[in-house]
Design a protein around this ligand. Structure first.
Ligand code: MUC
Ligand code: MG
Length: 369
């Protein structure tokens, strides 16, 4: 029997304001799900999003309410079915809500992997690597501060690839900011930009040309979510990698984007994909279509971050690395042993399930519902 299905909103300040075209974050609200069984297992999942409703269609509050009101009673009635059967029934009864579905599926997979005494990656088909590269996102809003922050990260061997959040200023101002950082850090440091869908196609043509000429390596989600035609034309027009992020909402959209050659890289996110299994499906579609892979984040805390790491460890080719730095942006630790970031990489636990231990006293102290 599922004994308890608990949802928690845990608000944690960020180490500095994180400025994006869609929102400026001063805190992050983690949405955690904890499932316990009568025979003594505990599984954790996470459904964290960015900027309330600024980024996606589910807010922390709506995720919590929908899990408590709709998912939990249904899930309790499904005990004894396997995860495929449970997720199939949930999908039949509940539309949308990919983040909530991902959190529930993660907690179930955590329990299942613990029962089998295997790391979660092994029940997703098996890991191909024990650690994955992690970039850092520069988003202070100030060019000089960003340069100093990047230099500190390189020196500490924490990150040597950087993504810059742009799109809230004019194209000219953004290009100037990015190229100043590129110049300061030098040609060996990879710089990518995330426009978070802020540009029209004409602005994108102007911006991408200047960034490509300046040695930038990748442009993430330049145009609107539904503007697949623009993404397709930009991908064909430029040599620089064009990455789909917000446009990717699970296997169906992955298939549509792949069919239309509307991206050269996919940013796979577990919550945006609607689950860990669905993320693997997105990865497979990309692989079959010759699209490169990148491991994305919704700036989750350690639960969603390590769940994502288990998924990305199974990808055949993770050509653009990952951005699984979410926990490093937070001022509070909610694990008994923090995730291990060393030599520009995140280590993926070898112990059963997700392989992490939550500090529940700390969570109780921080949670607001
Ligand atoms: C996004 O759009 O990629 C990921 C890293 C970050 O700073 O913002 C997120 C969202
Ligand atoms: Mg993005």
């Amino acid at each position: 029997m599922y004994k308890t299905i608990e949802t928690m909103l845990v608000e944690i300040p960020t180490i500095r304001p994180h400025k994006m075209a869609v929102a400026t974050m001063q805190t992050q609200t983690l949405v955690l799900v904890k499932i316990t069984t009568n025979d003594g297992f505990t599984g954790w999942g996470e459904a964290t999003t960015i900027g309330g409703l600024g980024y996606g269609e589910e807010s922390p509050e709506s995720i919590k309410t929908n899990i408590d009101t709709y998912f939990s009673p249904l899930l309790k009635s499904l005990y004894g079915l396997n995860i495929a059967q449970i997720m199939q029934t949930i999908k039949k009864n509940i539309n949308g809500n990919r983040f909530a579905k991902c959190a529930i599926q993660t907690a179930l997979l955590d329990i299942h992997a613990q029962r089998l005494a295997l790391p979660l990656s092994e029940i997703l088909g098996g890991r191909l690597r024990d650690s994955i590269p992690v970039l850092w996102v520069l988003a202070s809003g100030d060019t000089e501060k960003d340069i100093a922050e990047a230099q500190k990260m390189i020196e500490a061997k924490r990150h040597n690839i950087f993504k810059l959040k742009i799109g809230s200023r004019s194209v000219e101002a953004d290009v100037e900011h990015v190229l100043a950082i590129k110049k300061a850090l030098g040609k060996d440091i990879s710089i990518r930009v995330d426009v978070n869908r802020a540009w029209s196609e004409l602005e994108a043509i102007k911006g991408i040309q200047a960034l490509q000429d300046g040695g930038i390596d990748l442009i993430e989600q330049p145009c609107a979510i539904d503007n697949i035609d623009a993404m397709q034309r930009l991908t064909r027009k430029f040599d620089i990698a064009i990455m789909a992020d917000e446009s990717l909402m699970g296997p169906n959209t992955a298939f549509q984007l792949a069919k239309r050659n509307a991206a050269s890289v996919f940013a796979v996110k577990v919550a945006q994909s609607g689950g860990l299994i669905e993320s693997c499906e997105v990865g497979k579609i990309a692989q079959l279509a010759g699209i490169n892979l990148y491991g994305g984040t919704m700036l989750e805390g350690p639960v969603g971050t390590i769940a994502s790491a288990h998924v990305f460890s199974t990808f055949d080719n993770l050509a653009y690395g990952t951005e699984l730095f979410g926990p490093l942006l937070l001022t509070e630790e909610i694990l008994k042993t923090p995730l291990q970031y060393q030599n520009f990489e995140l280590q993926i636990p070898q112990s059963a399930g997700l392989g992490i231990e939550l500090d529940e006293n700390k969570i109780d102290h921080l949670r607001h519902q």
